[in-house]
Design a protein around this ligand. Structure first.
Ligand code: ATP
Length: 674
């Protein structure tokens, strides 16, 4: 029994292409090996004439007036095959025709044969001449038609693969059919429920309300309310939009049709629109039901002004059809469309108006509590060490999406398996997080001792400046283990409670980023090229401060940010003078940050060297190690003062500010400084 279990069962699936392969193989084999009969030897009239004179020819068969096949007498065959005189005829076939040759004309052959018989002087020379008209043999026919067979084969294959996008059966007639997947809510293996979706509490409430509209439509109609037509799930990649939609399918007791935006796209004109029509047709038949279109940006992109030149007519037709179907002209009673995208900004405005996708549900990156819940979901299936602290893991993964966390859990299990461990431990999770953020560890990278020290000084520079500035994020660890493209990294934990990013915070961040390069400059007097990514990021942030966030007094409260991304990239939205002024302000801010960081580094250079020594010895150092060298961090001192103040003061209502998209991005980017 046990043996049976271990056997690998190889299931070979039948494939349509096999038939074509077999036909081609048979034809090729046939053309090489023929019927297995020996081929006649090529001859000429002179040889045959001599044979007739010798009385060796029994009959001559003329095919299609151009080929003569010569049959020799048994005695002659025996003689030629076994005799030594003529080696050319040693291989003549024992049966059938022995020679063949091409004739010029039937009349001449007739005359010459008669002459040769007369010359032989034999009275009963047996030669008879027969004439036949033969069509080509089937193998010749096959060889002649082979190119056509192959052509037709390719054509069929092509059509099949195109129509596979259409309805079932791979029939060309189905190319305009939508290949929507209907969720089988009764299949327990595939069923996803809200239990599998961690966090996203608000999104779950909103989305369940939509399901409720369908289930209890009368309740809403009686009050005169119109049922919404659709909801758009918007959020960064991997935040669980598709998962949420699948959970709706699992929870709702209505049919759920799922299709991807790219399934509408085909090279035939009109297919996209026809598939949209078909999808809604299917949905109407199943109403009340939910249609889910994943990655709707594949068809819902804003229509261009000069459609004739854009080459996107087909996509626009598809979108127009979708707009019409979702509009009031069609009676789609009982059909609610859910769609997911991570580029809501590029969607056509007509798609987003009330009456089509009435609701937008934001599915954002999870906060620390939600990350803990997501860890709980994905750790369910792992064999874990007892002291795994989920809240600690959540704190270590700022800016991670649900998909990233799922990846961390899997990666940790793989790392543990590589180390032949019995269960997945905390270190495996830390290694997995490092790997996902920083890339593959490259411990074997060849580096001289001097280069390693320069890297350690660089990282110690970052860490020291960040440690000393209270507006910087707290430093978590510093490492000189090369990963991906970087030789080392300083990790900090973004303060998730901070929803309001000020110019002070950004200026402190700039100083922290420049700290590495300055530490090298102060210690070695040289400027290394390794600070490229620090310089690039700090320059980008400074340009954003000046041109997007209006943080420069000289430029004023103006933003040149283009959230819709529709501006053409060749023209600047400001004058040449403003461009010069922006450059000047960027330079000033960066130089100020540089000076600030340099002051800190010069004052603490001996400690930076101590930290570099520790780094070279331990490779990775943590908050506690840094504290032994630099004392308590500026952030912890600030926290202590704030706590004391809060206890003393009467609490007043804090101002709330919604985090901007750019601020969120800044937060997650900040986690690692190379
Ligand atoms: P995209 O926009 O790139 O299509 P998405 O938002 O649709 O991404 P999903 O495909 O839903 O992302 O999520 C990918 C995987 O991430 C899921 O299969 C799941 O394992 C994990 N995941 C994401 N969010 C969550 C969550 N809130 N709870 C549990 N798992 C999650």
């Amino acid at each position: 029994m046990a043996k049976k279990k271990n056997q690998n069962i190889i299931r070979i699936q039948f494939n349509f292409m096999w038939i074509w392969g077999a036909i081609i193989a048979i034809i090729i084999a046939y053309s090489f090996f023929g019927t297995g009969r020996a081929e006649p030897v090529a001859g000429d009239w002179n040889t045959v004439e001599q044979m007739i004179r010798n009385g060796e020819v029994e009959r001559i068969k003329v095919i299609n007036k151009n080929t003569a096949l010569v049959y020799l007498t048994d005695g002659a065959i025996e003689e030629y095959r076994n005799g030594d005189e003529n080696s050319r005829f040693k291989n003549i076939p024992e049966h059938g025709e022995q020679l063949n040759f091409t004739i010029g004309s039937v009349d001449i052959l007739d005359r010459d044969v008669k002459q040769a018989i007369a010359d032989s002087g034999m009275e009963n020379n047996p030669v008879t001449v027969e004439y036949f008209n033969e069509t080509t043999s089937w193998s010749d026919m096959l060889i002649n038609t082979l190119p056509w067979i192959i052509l037709i084969g390719f054509w069929l294959f092509f059509i099949r693969s195109m129509s596979r996008g259409g309805g079932a059966g791979g029939n060309i007639m189905n190319v305009g059919k939508a290949r929507a997947q209907e969720f089988d809510k009764d299949n327990p293996n595939k069923r996803v429920t809200f239990k599998d979706v961690a966090g996203l509490a608000e999104a779950k409430v909103e989305i369940m309300e939509i399901v409720d509209f369908l289930r209890k439509a009368d309740k809403y109609r009686e009050l005169g309310a119109k049922i919404p037509k659709g909801a758009l799930l918007v959020g960064p990649p991997g935040t669980g939009k598709t998962l949420l939609a699948k959970a709706v399918a699992g929870e709702a007791n209505v049919p759920f049709l799922s299709i991807s935006g790219s399934d509408f796209v085909e090279m035939f004109v009109g297919v996209g629109a026809s598939r949209v029509r078909d999808l809604f047709e299917q949905a109407k038949q199943k109403a009340p039901c939910i249609v889910f279109i994943d990655e709707i940006d594949a068809i819902g992109r804003a229509r261009g002004k000069n459609a004739g030149f854009s080459g996107n007519d087909e996509r626009e037709n598809t979108l127009n059809q979708l707009l019409t179907e979702m509009d009031g002209f069609q009676t789609n009673a009982g059909v609610i469309v859910l769609a997911a995208t991570n580029r809501a900004d590029i969607l056509d405005k007509a798609l987003m108006r009330a009456g089509r996708f009435d609701r937008q549900i934001d599915v954002g990156l999870p906060d620390v509590k939600e990350r803990e819940e997501i860890f709980n979901v994905h750790l369910r299936h792992l064999k874990l060490d007892n002291n795994i602290d989920r809240s600690f893991l959540a704190k270590q993964t700022p800016g991670f999406s649900g998909a990233d966390i799922a990846n961390v859990c899997n990666e940790a299990a793989l790392i543990a398996a590589r180390g032949d461990k019995k269960c997945v431990e905390r270190d495996d999770f830390m290694a997995a997080i490092d790997r996902i953020v920083g890339g593959l560890e490259k411990r074997n990278k060849t580096m001289s001792q001097a280069e390693r020290r320069a890297t350690a000084i660089h990282e110690a520079g970052h860490a020291t400046v960040m440690w000393m500035l209270e507006d910087c994020d707290p430093v978590l660890k510093v490492t000189v283990i090369p990963r991906g493209n970087s030789l080392g990294a300083t990790w900090s934990v973004p303060d998730e409670e901070r929803v309001h990013v000020t110019n002070e915070v950004l200026e402190a961040k700039l100083a922290g980023m420049l700290g590495g390069r300055i530490a090298e400059e102060v210690n070695y007097g040289t400027l290394g090229a390794g600070a490229l990514s620090d310089l690039e990021r700090s320059t980008k942030i400074t340009y954003a401060m000046v041109a997007y966030y209006g943080m420069s007094k000289k430029i004023g409260p103006i933003s040149y940010y283009d959230s819709a991304g529709t501006r053409d990239t060749f023209t600047k939205p400001f004058s040449e003078q403003t461009a010069i002024a922006i450059d000047g302000e960027v330079r000033r801010i960066l130089e100020e940050a540089y000076a600030r960081a340099r002051e800190i580094i010069e004052a603490n250079n001996d400690k930076i060297n101590t930290m570099a020594d520790m780094l070279l010895e331990k490779e990775t150092i943590y908050t506690e190690d840094i504290e032994t060298i630099l004392g308590p961090s500026a952030q912890s001192k600030k926290d202590a003062t704030e706590k004391a103040d809060t206890q003393a003061e009467i609490t007043s209502e804090p101002a709330t500010t919604a985090p901007s998209e750019a601020t969120e991005a800044e937060k997650s980017v900040n986690a690692k400084t190379e």
